[in-house]
Write a protein that binds this ligand. Structure first.
Ligand SMILES: Nc1ncnc2c1ncn2[C@@H]1O[C@H](COP(=O)(O)OP(=O)(O)OP(=O)(O)O)[C@@H](O)[C@H]1O
Ligand SMILES: [Mg+2]
Length: 227
């Protein structure tokens, strides 16, 4: 479903140039659950930005469900983002003035889904993450774990092919982290493809494959054995 070939990403130029990714090639199949690990600065977020079409590589090829993400303009890129990809971030990225429901349906604003259907779908997603009763609450009236669940509902509202999560439990205590990982595990067992960055081994253990990065290259790519 995802295929990248010889991806490089360089920031800046001249003496201050940083090579964040060097010749990364990998494939991710439908319904995989992948953890990306590595020390700070190893290129994890850069890789996620490229896979999530938030950024384009300096060189290399990227195919997302058969479509080449090369030489396409920002409008086409945002269309791919809007229809195929869901995002979850460490700091939730919710809009403080909007209710949970309105945060969830935000990605549908620039699509042709009518408002009523959008709200119906939004409620369905809030139900899925166990927050239907909080649909009219604003982010500051919710706990960290609840905020992240709203963000997960928002990531799901487009029925994305793949969800990218950059340290989804990075701002949560360990008990809440387990709740969020159980939710992601449920979504995976329902067929969702998930790629997640984490620093923590016990969080990575929920995934079925671990990719380890160091200095912009993949140093290990391993399937986990689980019973
Ligand atoms: N916008 C930018 N401009 C210049 N350099 C950048 C930029 N973003 C990232 N870098 C550099 O690219 C390298 C990879 O950064 P990246 O954010 O991908 O690392 P990371 O693995 O996500 O780290 P962390 O675990 O701290 O989040 C680092 O050396 C970083 O300083
Ligand atoms: Mg990062």
């Amino acid at each position: 479903m995802i295929r990248i070939d010889n991806i490089c990403r360089t920031y800046g130029s001249g003496e201050t140039q940083v090579k964040a990714l060097s010749n990364i090639s990998l494939t991710i199949e439908e319904n995989e659950f992948v953890a990306v690990m590595g020390t700070s600065g190893s290129g994890k977020s850069t890789l996620m930005s490229i896979l999530g079409c938030l950024d384009t590589p300096t060189s290399g090829e990227y195919l997302l469900s058969g479509e080449s993400v090369k030489d396409i303009d920002d409008i086409a890129l945002s269309k791919i983002r809007n229809t195929k990809i869901g995002f979850i971030f460490q700091s939730f990225h919710l809009l403080p003035r909007l209710t949970a429901l309105h945060n969830v349906i935000l990605p549908l604003r620039y699509t042709d889904v009518p408002q009523e259907e959008a709200e119906q779908r939004g409620m369905e997603m809030l139900e899925k993450v166990g927050l239907a009763s909080r649909s009219h609450h604003k982010p500051n009236e919710m706990s960290g774990g609840q905020r992240q669940r709203v963000a997960i509902a928002r990531a799901l509202v487009n029925y994305p092919k793949v969800i990218f999560a950059d340290e989804p439990t990075g701002n949560l205590d360990s008990k809440t982290s387990v709740d969020i990982m159980n939710l992601l595990t449920d979504l995976h067992s329902q067929g969702q493809t998930i790629v997640m960055v984490t620093h923590e081994e016990d969080i990575a253990a929920y995934a079925l494959r671990t990719i380890r990065m160091q200095d912009g290259v993949v140093i290990e790519d391993k399937l986990c054995t689980k019973q």
